[in-house]
Design a binder for this molecule. Sequence first.
Ligand code: FMN
Length: 234
Amino acid sequence: MQFANRFHGGLMIPLCMAALSAAAPALAAEPAAAEKNGSQKSAPTWQAFGYRIPEEIVMVVSQGSNGPANIMVAGWFMPAGGAPDSLAVAIAKERHTHKLIMETRQFVIAFPGENIEKEMIFCGTKSGRDFDKFKETKLTARPSKKVKPPLIDECIVNFECEMTHAVEVGTHTIFVGKIVNAWEHENAKSIRKLYTLGGLGGRNYGAWPIPAKDEAVPEKTKEKPAQASGKKSE
Ligand SMILES: Cc1cc2nc3c(=O)[nH]c(=O)nc-3n(C[C@H](O)[C@H](O)[C@H](O)COP(=O)(O)O)c2cc1C
């Protein structure tokens, strides 16, 4: 079973499991005893990987040479470097988004909040091959300044990106994008960001509160280490 399907194709899981046990019943036998290594015990990769939850969710907006702009959801996202400030997102090769980004080498990364949870689920479970997702969700497309794919007006922030690298990693391509322009919602600080809360298959979503300014850094860690420990600073 492909590791990626566990996380990004929730609907695929039961189908894959059924196919696996029908084709190779021997594999469904008793799992091997876990190997111990101090406090560590061997674990299936997909199970261990579930501990990364909660996972930040982004929406990726792309647009090909022709046709409407498309939105997908990605949890496999990260900041990828500075000078130039860059973002990276891993997109499975079968996604419509993958084809569109390869065409125009541009995309927008937007952070969704709890105000658009239903729309996020639609965009993360339906393909742009079958639906015009801006039209179906009624999310508002606003023109970007430097790239063709539009911004999502309802999102907390939008980053316009020019693709600088496309690195193939098995089932996925990691697209690295240089940020050429950034936007922030006028109510950004009061919209709670969405995170994946479920361990498997990306089927559970929820808003996770951003700490208020004073809660962000616990009081005692604000002290300099030298003062906190009573040692002299160098
Ligand atoms: C919470 C969540 C996280 C997801 N993360 C990813 C991801 O990181 N990479 C990916 O390729 N697909 C991911 N997906 C699946 C795609 O968003 C989904 O297959 C989408 O329908 C693809 O749309 P498209 O075919 O229009 O590009 C995720 C879905 C959800 C709901």
